[in-house]
Design a protein around this ligand. Structure first.
Ligand SMILES: [Zn+2]
Length: 127
C-alpha cells in the first residue's frame, strides 16, 4: 500500500503515515481504535473506531466490492452477449451495490464519530 503524506495540524511537520497503531478500549474490549501519531509532537489522529457493527459493515463492503467487480466485468466486456433485460438487471444491481457501499461507509464514519466524541472529548477540550 502506498504511504500517504500527512502534515500535522499542530506543528506542521510532514510525515509519512506508516502502519496504524491500534488499541482496544478499556471499558469495552469489542471496540478497537485505529490511529497514528505525529512523530514530532505526538498529536493523535484517529482513523477509525471499530465495534461489532463496524466490522460487519466492513465485511459487507468487501462482499459488495467483489460483486461490483464481477458486474463491471459483465457489463464492460460481455455487453454484446447480454440481452437488454439482463443488461438492465445487472446495471441496476451494480448501481444499488454502489449506493449500499456508500451507505455502509457512511455508517462506519458515523460509528467512528460517535466513539470519537465519547473517547476524545477531553482532548478536544484541551485544545
Ligand atoms: Zn505534530
Amino acid at each position: 500500500m502506498k504511504k500517504i503524506s500527512v502534515i500535522c495540524d499542530d506543528c506542521n511537520t510532514e510525515f509519512k503515515m506508516g502502519k496504524l497503531e491500534t488499541e482496544v478500549m478499556e471499558d469495552d474490549p469489542t471496540i478497537e481504535h485505529g490511529y497514528f501519531k505525529c512523530p514530532k509532537c505526538d498529536k493523535l489522529y484517529t482513523v477509525y473506531y471499530a465495534d461489532t457493527a463496524y466490522r460487519k459493515n466492513v465485511d459487507k463492503v468487501v462482499a459488495c466490492s467483489r460483486r461490483i467487480n464481477e458486474l463491471q466485468g459483465i457489463l464492460k466486456y460481455k455487453t454484446k452477449k447480454l440481452s437488454d433485460g439482463d443488461f438492465i438487471k445487472y446495471h441496476n444491481e451494480f448501481n444499488a451495490l454502489i449506493r449500499e457501499q456508500e451507505e455502509l461507509m457512511q455508517a462506519n464514519k458515523d460509528i467512528t464519530k460517535k466513539y470519537k466524541n465519547k473517547y476524545e472529548e477531553e482532548l478536544i477540550c484541551q485544545n
